[in-house]
Design a protein around this ligand. Structure first.
Ligand code: ADP
Length: 789
């Protein structure tokens, strides 16, 4: 039977059917898988990793056979979860269905064939006796397991699996046992290994009785190791004068250590660890951890560097070739590179300018505006490798700096992983989602990040796992994020912020036409297919509403997939994609009406905000009901927005005359302000003017103009104050089809950044007082007193 189940990869052990095993998981994907499974039918397929160093294993990194298990208990701990699982049945991994947010695989169950021949019974009896003997000789087995094995009347199949888990053998051997399918063969193998263990235990007992009292407690660990070696020597399992693990392996590590050209102290450390390894028995589970550690030390690019040649002309050309527009951004990057180049040259001439602190670039902007692809272009122009890690949701310092080696399943942190992935020690290293780094009791990741990014400190970046310092000073870090204000301020101070505000419709059109279309054609193996301008605009206006071009790219790719299929099936396909094809391939419009096409309404106002996805328009709704002057706020309102609402309410109360209201109007009614779901605006004061407008409209029953958007903070006295994000907000207003935008007077200076096309299509009005905004936003002014309440 084939079923699809969540998969939890494990390192360093094998779970057998018919056994209970306690497992710990730290990787987010595994935690997700476990939690999901626990909430569903509790079934999870457990597969062992071939190489425990791999952080995100896929199919080829896992052994083909594993165990389907039920989760009997689960407990969350600081850095992951502990789960008690009970193995049910052997399974084969057919394929991975999806990798995110956790692995799901199609697995095929391999049922055991029940065999109760007399031979099986005989071996089973033997196994049970041998196991008891091993126990009496001091075999180390968990109490839970002993109870199970002794008290339960296990079938031969169960008994074999249960004993198999207790065997002290290498991982590969355990896996081999798991995937030995004929029962009789498996039983014989288990018996053989168990006999060997009994042998060892007997010899050990002999030796220990004579040596035990000679050493004090502190030496116990060493003695055990010594004893084990003595035993193994006696059994002829290790050879060589010094009883080394396998001198071949040691030699190979030595070569790798030398080849890695590590700094002196690191090399010393590596060699010291290698000596430790060489003295260890290969049965010692610690030897696996040591190997892992040595592998990491050898794999980190201590001395691999890409040649350092910043050519400004080349950088300009590469960026131009791949990106439309972004003029200012490109200029700032080129300036930055120029300074870097000059400093490098000075350094080469021996004039080390200690005063200068190279800052780190930080790209801030909504998704899909080209931050990553500009980063890649920089790497290419500089002839450097490109690495990229995401910091989103990181709360634990250990994610940046690694876990200490004493931790089971410890790995280096993401910085060192990224460096290894780049393979050089001077890559262009992109740190995505720097605005989503969290902090809690597990430590503040931003301080570890600071150490990684700070040129003063990063020459000696210490990773808890590596234990030795790595020089990050040659790495070209670029951080990226959607918004600036959640970037930890200590980090913000060290970075040169470059903002990507989002594209206008026209820019998207050009980008689509010149870059994305061609790129996607190539990706889909198509040539000579064109798209009409109208069709492209149709996609932009009716199927996407975004600051960047990601959805545009996705939609174009959806169309080309359909065309590619027609071509492959040798059916008739359009050579030039027209509007009607777009509708045919993408279905009906996703965004049908522009805001400007909607009617004016009472108690509604159109605000402009900046969200994680860039600029957005948002609607403020106000309704009134009889009451006692209470103000209720619902929807996506943060604390600062609530304060704006209070200020707006106060202003209307003190200006009742101006608005033609009765002096005590407020005492007879309740006000409800609501910001409908949809875009989630960041909390900020800039909705002040729009909240006031909606409120005044509701109070006076005068409709607001729907094609008029506004943004601005207001004070209790009705002054309109400066706000941020003018470029993003005006582009969003343009996208939504607004005709007029009201801005604070103090923001007039920001108009320079606003794209020409936006300035041409929209009428901008700058105001100092809220009355001036009301005059424009309301359909009627001055308000003739209606004495409505
Ligand atoms: P971000 O990192 O900001 O989320 P990406 O760099 O992933 O965005 O960009 C998304 C896609 O849009 C990429 O395929 C990129 O090449 C394309 N793109 C974005 N901006 C431009 C531009 N100005 N010119 C050409 N292509 C662009």
């Amino acid at each position: 039977m084939i079923r699809s189940v969540p998969i939890a990869p494990i390192r360093g052990s094998v779970v057998f059917p018919h056994t209970d095993t306690l497992l710990s998981f730290v990787r987010q994907e595994s935690v997700n898988a476990l939690e999901e499974a626990f909430n569903q039918d509790r079934l999870i397929a457990i597969f062992t990793q071939r190489d425990s160093r791999i952080a995100n294993p896929t199919k080829d990194d896992l052994y083909e056979y594993g165990t389907l298990a039920t989760i009997t208990q689960m407990m969350s701990v600081d850095d992951g979860i502990h789960a008690l699982v009970r193995g049910q049945i052997r399974v084969k991994l057919s394929n991975i269905v999806t990798e995110s947010p956790y692995l799901i695989g199609a697995v095929e169950e391999i049922p055991d064939i029940i065999d109760d021949s007399s031979e099986i019974k005989a071996i089973s009896k033997n196994l049970s006796d041998s196991f008891k003997k091993a126990l009496s000789l001091g075999k180390n087995v968990e109490v839970m397991m002993i109870v199970k094995l002794i008290s339960e009347n296990s079938s031969p199949i169960e008994l074999t699996d249960q004993i198999a888990t207790t065997l002290e053998i290498k991982l590969e051997e355990k896996q081999t046992l798991l995937q030995t399918f004929p029962l009789i063969e498996r039983m014989k193998k288990v018996q053989e290994i168990l006999n060997k263990e009994i042998n060892v235990l007997e010899i050990e007992k002999k030796i220990s009785s004579s040596t035990q009292r000679q050493f004090d407690e502190n030496m116990k660990k060493n003695i055990l190791r010594e004893k084990k070696r003595a035993i193994e020597k006696e059994l002829g399992e290790i050879g060589g004068e010094e009883g080394e693990i396998a001198s071949e392996e040691v030699k190979e590590y030595k070569k790798r250590i030398v080849d890695a050209k590590m700094p002196k102290d690191v090399e010393e450390k590596a060699l010291k660890e290698l000596v430790k390894l060489s003295k260890m028995s290969s049965y010692n589970p610690e030897s696996g951890f040591l190997r892992n550690y040595l592998d990491w030390l050898c794999d980190v690019p201590w001395s691999v560097v890409s040649p350092n040649n910043v050519s400004i002309t080349k950088a300009r050309k590469t960026m131009e070739k791949r990106h439309y527009g972004l003029k200012k951004t490109k200029e700032r990057i080129l300036e930055y590179l120029s300074v870097m180049k000059l400093l490098e040259e000075q350094k080469e001439k021996g004039k080390d300018n200690h005063q200068y602190q190279p800052t780190i670039l930080c790209f801030i902007g909504p998704p899909g505006v080209g931050k990553t692809s500009i980063g890649r272009a920089i790497a290419e122009a500089m002839g450097r490798k490109f690495a990229r890690i995401s910091l989103g949701g990181i709360r634990d310092e250990a994610e940046i700096r690694g876990h200490r080696r004493t931790y089971v399943g410890a790995l280096p942190g993401r910085i060192i992983q990224g460096i290894k992935q780049a393979g050089t020690r001077n890559p262009v290293f992109m740190l995505d989602e720097i605005d989503k780094v969290g902090a809690d009791f597990r430590g503040d990741p931003s301080s570890a990040l600071l150490e990684a990014l700070d040129p003063e400190q990063n020459r000696e970046f210490s990773d808890h796992y590596l234990e030795v310092a790595f020089d990050l000073s040659k790495v070209f870090f670029i951080a990226t994020g959607n918004v600036l204000d959640t970037v930890p301020s200590a980090l913000r101070d060290r970075m040169e912020i470059i903002t990507f505000a989002g594209y206008t419709e026209e820019e998207k059109f050009e980008i689509g036409k010149r870059f994305i279309w061609e790129k996607q054609l190539k990706n889909h193996g198509l040539t000579n297919i064109t798209i009409s301008d109208k069709a492209l605009k149709e996609i932009i206006n009716r199927y996407t509403r975004e600051a960047g071009v990601r959805d545009l790219e996705r939609n174009i790719s959806a169309i080309l997939r359909k065309v590619a299929r027609l071509v492959a099936e040798k059916k008739k396909y359009p050579q030039n994609i027209k509007e009607k094809n777009v509708r045919e391939y993408l279905g009906s419009h996703k965004y049908s009406s522009l805001i400007a096409e909607k009617n004016n309404e009472i108690g509604m106002a159109t605000g402009l905000a900046v969200t994680n996805a860039g600029g957005e328009i948002l609607f403020i709704e106000v309704s009134l009901m009889p009451g006692r002057g209470r103000l209720t706020l619902t929807g996506q309102l943060g604390d600062v927005m609530k304060e704006s609402a209070q200020a707006a309410f106060t202003w209307t109360r003190s200006n009742y005359k101006l608005l033609g209201l009765k002096a005590d109007f407020a005492s007879k009614m309740d006000v409800h302000i609501h910001v409908p779901e949809g875009a989630v605006p960041k909390d900020g004061p800039s909705a002040g003017t729009s909240i006031t407008t909606a409120l005044v409209s509701a109070l006076t029953k005068v409709a607001t103009r729907r094609d008029t958007g506004m943004t601005g903070e207001i004070t209790l006295r009705g002054n309109v104050m400066e706000i941020g994000g003018v470029k993003e907000k005006t582009i969003a207003g343009h996208r939504a089809g607004l005709k007029t935008i009201i801005l604070p007077k103090e923001n007039q200076k920001d108009m320079e950044e606003v794209p020409l096309k936006v300035k041409k299509d929209i009428k901008f009005v700058f105001v100092e007082k809220i009355e001036d905004a009301l005059k424009i936003a309301l359909t009627k002014w001055p308000i003739v007193s209606k004495k409505i309440l």
